[in-house]
Design a protein around this ligand. Structure first.
Ligand SMILES: *Cc1c(COP(=O)(O)O)cnc(C)c1O
Length: 546
């Protein structure tokens, strides 16, 4: 008999499990339709509970301890957050922070009247960030916590759109024909494009190039700007390569443009990562409210703000840049409060965790973590380049020609001094070197992702943004818990895997199976998910884990 080429594993399991003697049993009904829709589990025996339906609520609940164990066990199949080098999101806080968060787990940030102390801490965080980013007056700056940078970016973009509309109306011009547009690099994170699409703003993506360091090219951006441009999103820390986009250069060009045309185009800085990194690692770098054209900045508290997932921030340089129309007066449960956010309820605990970091780490604590991240990222970058198997696209391990000018005169560059290097995020983006590709054209870079995963490491392999979409990169985000020891292990594993591929007679044969294992669709993975093709076509920009 010929072997089947496709087995439905749900049906396979159903066929293979013990059958009840009567087909009219409740259990048999549940399993009709080809899929295993309920699970019995080992703890059934211990706790005497019945199998649990997978896709509808059980009529009777089970013992909390059994429920805990069951869900806990299933979740161990997730990757380890520590080894998730694909993500910018922070995964470690000290036990004292965990305790504080658990104590405040049930508080809702919106209940300002009930939790006034929480509200005061929230407002303090806003002031601390406004001050860190050099707002002209922390009194006049205004801002709010959000669930992350994505919500913060929607708010920043909306404010710019409203201000453009008000200006157009005041000048007696149409706000519809033509409508508003917003300009950003094609390397933009998906949240930026979402803002444009969700709020009916034309998204103008500026292609990237090797010369533009895989990020926004301000000169090219000027070709996309006109009187209907509500603003430019400038990214402090491109998700692809960690490069900072040149905020000052963009602002200078927009100054010239305003002098020529009278059109004032504001900048919103997407500092999702950099907003919490640059002020500590490279405090002299000019990117924030010191540049008058920067009207608003967002950041993710849960990235280099070093809090757990669930907190972001948006700050406007002063109240005049946040249209009143977006601010709601809440006469809810007591006092009057002002709200300008997309969510109503949100957990207070991540905001408390953010404040914990400000207090417990202080400027020096944040700085030393940032410098350590960069040091480890440089180690990884150099190891990859020295191996000759890889080419590194990120630049934080290269001496900054502009900044180390003085040092070259002295003929020594201090390798430990962060100021000697190109500023950027502790991100290492790399690809197979040209030599390796020429000598071993049959080896595919995506196999590295799969083979690393088998060792526990999660390192994504994906295409660069439009303009350079033919180039695939592997990317490692070096966060606080990616210690030197782990970097050494990663380098070891990477080199071992690469050499294994080189040495094999036919890597194709050995690895094709691995590549396709990932593509297999299992019912459980797809249940409740949209089918492929259900979303709009990919614009090719960043829509991966971050
Ligand atoms: C992560 C990221 C975002 C989205 O932030 P969330 O906090 O995940 O919502 C937006 N922009 C950039 C540049 C990012 O790195």
């Amino acid at each position: 008999m010929a072997l089947s080429k496709h087995i439905n594993t749900d049906r396979l399991i159903q066929q293979s499990s013990d059958k009840k003697s009567t087909s009219h049993s409740h259990f048999a009904n549940l399993t009709q339709g080809g899929a295993q829709t309920s699970v019995s589990h080992a703890y059934c025996a211990r706790y005497g509970t019945s199998p649990i339906p997978k896709y509808h609520i059980p009529s009777k609940g089970i013992d909390p301890e059994a429920a805990y164990q069951l869900i806990h066990d299933e979740l161990t199949l997730d990757g380890s957050p520590l080894l998730n080098l694909a993500s910018f999101v922070h995964t470690y806080m000290p036990p004292a922070a965990d305790k504080l968060m658990i104590e405040n787990m049930s508080k809702n940030l919106i209940d300002t009247d009930e939790y006034p102390a929480t509200q005061i801490i929230h407002n303090r965080c806003v002031s601390i960030l406004a001050d860190l980013w050099h707002a002209p007056s922390t009194q006049n700056a205004i801002g709010t916590a959000t669930t992350g940078s994505s919500e913060a970016i929607q708010l920043g973009g909306l404010a710019m759109k409203r201000i453009w509309q008000e200006k157009r109306k005041a000048a007696g011009k149409s706000i519809h024909e033509p409508g508003p547009n917003i300009v950003m690099g094609a390397n933009a994170q998906v949240a930026l494009e979402k803002m444009a699409r969700y709020f009916d703003v034309e998204c103008r993506l500026v292609p990237i190039s090797v010369e533009s360091h895989y990020r926004l090219d301000p000169k090219k951006a000027m070709e996309f700007i006109d009187e209907n441009t509500i603003g430019v999103f400038v990214i402090l820390g491109s998700t692809y390569t960690g490069h900072y986009e040149p905020v000052k250069e963009m602002a200078d060009l927009l100054d010239e443009y305003e002098a020529k045309t009278g059109n004032s185009v504001p900048i919103h800085v997407d500092g999702a990562s950099g907003g919490f990194f640059a002020p500590f690692a490279t405090p002299k770098l000019l990117w924030d409210f010191q540049i008058p054209r920067v009207v608003s900045i967002n950041t993710s508290g849960h990235k280099f703000g070093l809090a757990y997932v669930g907190v972001g921030w948006v700050i406007w340089r002063d109240k005049q840049h946040l249209p009143k129309d977006l601010i709601f007066e809440l006469h809810y449960l007591g006092s009057v409060e002002y709200s300008f956010s997309l969510n109503f309820s949100r957990p207070a605990a991540p905001i408390i965790a953010q404040y914990f970091n400000f207090v417990s780490l202080g400027f020096e604590g944040y700085r030393s973590i940032a410098l350590n991240d960069l040091k480890n990222a440089r180690l990884l970058s150099r190891a990859l380049e020295n191996s000759k198997y890889y080419t590194v696209l990120s630049d934080i391990h290269r001496f900054d020609p502009a900044r180390s000018l003085g040092a070259t005169v002295k003929a020594v560059v201090d390798e430990n001094d962060v100021e000697s290097y190109v500023p950027g995020l502790p991100v290492v983006s790399f690809r197979f070197s040209d030599e390796l590709q020429q000598q071993y054209p049959e080896i595919q870079q995506k196999w590295i992702q799969t083979l690393l995963r088998a060792k526990g490491w999660i390192v994504p392999n994906y295409e660069l943004a439009p303009g350079l979409e033919k180039v695939e990169i592997l990317r490692v985000v070096v966060r606080e818990n990616m210690t030197e020891v782990l970097i050494e292990r990663l380098v070891n594993d990477l080199i071992e895997i690469t050499e294994d591929l080189i040495k094999r007679d036919s890597p194709m044969h050995a690895l094709d199976a691995l590549g396709s294992a990932q593509a297999t669709k299992h019912h459980e993975k797809t249940h409740g998910k949209l089918d492929e093709g259900h979303g709009s076509a990919s614009s090719g920009t960043y829509a991966k884990t971050c």
